[in-house]
Design a protein around this ligand. Structure first.
Ligand SMILES: Nc1ncnc2c1ncn2[C@@H]1O[C@H](COP(=O)(O)OP(=O)(O)OP(=O)(O)O)[C@@H](O)[C@H]1O
Length: 415
């Protein structure tokens, strides 16, 4: 038997299916973005005024789409190429990408803008207004136009005081500046996160909406194929077409998946690592299957726990499931869930439980990991709980819930 040192040496020097594995990193920006040309074009049409007539308006665009639909990578790629073209024309257009989940407050966002601009902000507790004024003066002095992409802006909305949101999006009302130098790309997972905002803020944010739809299986095939071939993430011939297709089919929205390119790329990378571990020169469908079950392990655990739910907990799950299907958005206010739950219960002849009991069910389902609940942002209508299923909707999942409900109803009627 090999010593463990031999095992390790062998794995270090052994064959590998990868050529440029870093091309599979989540932050890697590839040369091509298959199936996002239209969105790049839409961005360009919205922002070209800054090239033609700089300073006349402040451009605002919203990018919206579910997780893994390429919002971040597309905005970054657009920013990179657009500012390059501006430079060729002798204009200074800078693109800054800020993640509002990492920079959690208005203050941190402003400091990050300054940092990316290489602007020193004095350490003497300036207000947001004063800090922003310094940033604006810096841009003005150097004749710079700034495209500010605020990624995960949903997060900023749900956690920041309304005055801070107001300040950030209505900056020109505060600054009184004649030349507009700051332009925005607001990146949101769901438009519904704007629902709680007051109308005057909404009017400032919702201007031009560019939608990023979940990818279909054939879109994902092209994205994976491009990483393999153009970006040379894998050695030539190491990933057969049938493996790429298999992964694309797991996640393709038209095949019941969630259309998430991030998960598809992660699955491909993990399948490659499994192939390397097994010393295989090729990534097979079987490697892809193993990778998928590793990437989604919690799914089977969650599904096992469904059998422990009682009738009304199942009816709550069914209500949320119905809403996802009917409305196609990710999160629902508690009130909508309650309405739907009352409807579903009555339809099935089970008198709905009271409001307080419903809260208790939601709390339990959240603890089990079956649903995600979060607070909406503070706005005109106060805070409300927003709810979403944590598992992707699939026919199997739906059948499972419906069968369990049927069994529980039968049991109940037999007593
Ligand atoms: N059209 C595409 N072509 C190539 N790679 C893509 C494409 N769309 C997404 N990707 C890749 O998929 C991964 C996820 O994309 P990205 O982070 O841009 O998604 P997102 O919509 O911003 O997701 P989230 O809402 O979770 O932040 C990244 O690795 C990105 O490079």
């Amino acid at each position: 038997m090999d010593s463990l040192k031999d095992v390790i040496e062998d794995a270090i020097h052994g064959t590998t299916v990868f050529e440029r594995i870093n091309a599979l990193n989540p932050d890697y920006i590839p040369k091509n973005l298959p199936h996002r040309e239209i969105q790049i074009r839409e961005l360009t049409v919205n922002f070209r005024d800054i090239l033609i007539n700089p300073g006349s308006t402040s451009v605002r665009v919203v990018i919206t789409g579910k997780t893994g639909t390429g919002k971040t990578v597309t905005a970054k790629k657009f920013g990179e190429i657009f500012s390059e073209i501006a430079k060729e024309k002798g204009l200074k257009i800078f693109y800054l990408h800020i993640n509002c989940h990492r920079q959690r407050t208005l203050y941190l966002i402003l400091m990050e803008i300054a940092r990316q601009l290489n602007l020193q902000i004095p350490n003497r507790g300036l207000s947001s207004q004063e800090t922003f004024k310094l940033i604006y003066d810096y841009l003005d002095k150097r004749n710079i136009q700034l495209i500010l992409a605020l990624d995960e802006f949903d997060y900023f909305i749900s956690t920041s005081p309304v005055e801070d949101i107001y300040f950030l999006v209505r900056i020109y009302d505060e600054l009184n500046a004649l030349v507009k130098r700051i332009h925005y790309i607001f990146i949101l997972r769901e438009m519904s996160s704007l629902a709680s905002l007051d109308k005057s803020i909404k009017d400032h944010v919702i201007k031009n909406i560019i939608e990023f739809h979940p990818y279909t299986s054939s879109d994902l095939f092209d994205i994976l194929d491009d990483r393999i071939k153009t970006e040379k993430a894998f050695r030539e011939g190491a990933v057969p077409e049938e493996t790429i297709k298999f992964i694309a089919d797991i996640y393709g929205v038209d095949k019941g998946g969630n259309g998430n390119a991030r998960l598809a790329i992660e699955t491909l990378e993990l399948a490659g690592k499994i192939a390397d571990t097994e010393g295989s020169p090729q990534v097979s469908i079987d490697h892809a299957k193993k990778a998928n079950s590793k990437i989604n392990p919690e799914l089977s655990i969650i599904i096992d726990t469904i059998k422990d739910l009682d009738l009304h907990q199942l009816l709550v799950v069914k209500a949320i499931m119905n809403l996802h299907k009917k409305e196609g958005v990710d999160f629902f206010p508690m009130g909508r869930v309650e309405e739907e739950y009352n409807l579903v219960s009555r339809e099935l002849g089970a008198p709905p439980r009271k409001h307080t009991q419903l809260f208790e069910y939601i709390r339990k389902l959240k603890l089990m990991g079956l649903i995600v609940a979060r607070q909406s942002g503070k706005g005109m209508r106060g805070r409300t709980t927003l709810i979403s299923l944590s598992v992707p909707l699939s026919t199997e999942f739906e059948d499972l819930i419906n069968n369990e409900i049927r069994d529980k109803l039968l049991q109940q009627n037999n007593y």
